[in-house]
Write a new protein. Structure first.
Length: 94
């Protein structure tokens, strides 16, 4: 019997990818740039559980969860998200 990475406490997500500075908040959470708050919250919760210390045995799981939280809080705040999108060139102000 072969256990999957998830079953062995290793999420099937590359932690180095999530922690890289050049990865957008949208990529970290795995949502589209036009995702609504419900979609962002759902994606955050799913990844947060996946990297929880009780389920994930990776050394950098805590760092990943911190990054997920920072991206989540920023995308859930309408003003911060608009500023981020403008700075990243994702949306233009009207």
């Amino acid at each position: 019997m072969v256990l999957s990475n998830v079953a062995m406490g290793r999420p099937d997500v590359n932690t180095d990818e999530i922690l890289r500075e050049d990865v957008t908040a949208y990529e970290v959470l795995g949502v589209a740039t036009d995702a609504n708050k419900h979609m962002i919250k759902k994606a955050y919760r799913a990844k947060n559980v996946r990297f929880h210390e009780d389920k994930c045995k990776l050394a950098r799981a805590k760092d990943v969860r911190q990054r997920l939280y920072e991206c989540y809080k920023m995308l859930m705040d309408t003003q911060r998200r608009a500023a981020y999108d403008e700075a990243m060139g994702l949306r233009k102000t009207v």
